[in-house]
Design a protein around this ligand. Structure first.
Ligand code: PRP
Ligand code: URA
Length: 205
């Protein structure tokens, strides 16, 4: 269940993000724009319920999201997509999962987890720009499921085929939304062509 999010502005901003010439400010700007555009696609099939609304003239039928929405960015780089997502869904709650990849083994190590109490009744959107080996996103999804969530989707910017396969094997029920499906991983488990280290580029480290 992989959805490639197609949009001319996303294609253009993604090119800026990939470019080695884009410094921190340009990188942040482009990431923000992509996040806001992706939010539309990722939330397109959220369920709504009919409610009554009173206009200044009359009562009429309206709609409300059936369930609360929870965004869960993976620290660090997922933070870079948050402003774009919360700009569209300002009422969403936000939980955080902190993971970093060991440089030698490429295995994720967890160091933080704080999720909203109502996550079990919510529509959850897990967010991280990169799906490389898939280990970080799959471990984060484990934590979210442990907290009781059942309606989860994963949004990323760039995915590697290896990461998609690994994630789908562990979480066949979670749809993946990505702006690009790249070629492969290199010997250091970096996505090729990719954009390099998303966290370092976003935080200027
Ligand atoms: C990056 C990225 C993902 C992870 C993807 O984080 O933001 O979380 O790598 O790799 P994977 O699919 O192979 O697990 P990183 O570990 O570099 O941590 P950082 O965001 O703190 O820099
Ligand atoms: N993490 C990144 O930030 N970039 C990659 O290409 C792979 C993992």
């Amino acid at each position: 269940m992989i959805h490639i999010v197609e949009h001319p502005i996303i294609r253009e901003r993604l090119t800026q993000i990939r470019s080695i010439e884009s410094e921190t400010a340009a990188f942040r700007h482009a990431l923000h724009d992509i996040a806001a555009l992706m939010c539309f696609e990722v939330t397109k099939d959220l369920e709504t319920s009919e409610i009554e609304v009173e206009t200044p003239l009359i009562k009429t039928a309206g709609h409300a999201l059936t369930r609360p929405v929870v965004f869960v960015p993976i620290l660090r780089a997922g933070v870079g997509l948050m402003n774009g997502f919360t700009e569209i869904l300002t009422e969403a709650s936000v939980g955080y999962i902190g993971l970093y990849r060991d440089e030698e083994t490429h295995q994720p190590h967890a160091y933080y987890c704080k999720l909203p109490e109502h996550i079990a009744e919510s529509d959850v959107i897990l967010i991280d720009p990169m799906l490389a080996t898939g280990g970080s996103a799959a471990d984060a999804a484990d934590e979210i499921k442990k907290a009781g969530a059942t309606r989860i989707r994963f949004a990323c910017l760039i995915a590697a085929p290896e990461g998609v396969a690994a994630f789908e094997k562990r979480h066949p029920d979670i749809p993946i939304f990505t702006a690009a499906l790249d070629e492969h991983l290199n010997e250091n488990a970096y996505i090729v062509p990719g954009l390099g280290d998303a966290g370092d580029r976003y935080f200027g480290t």
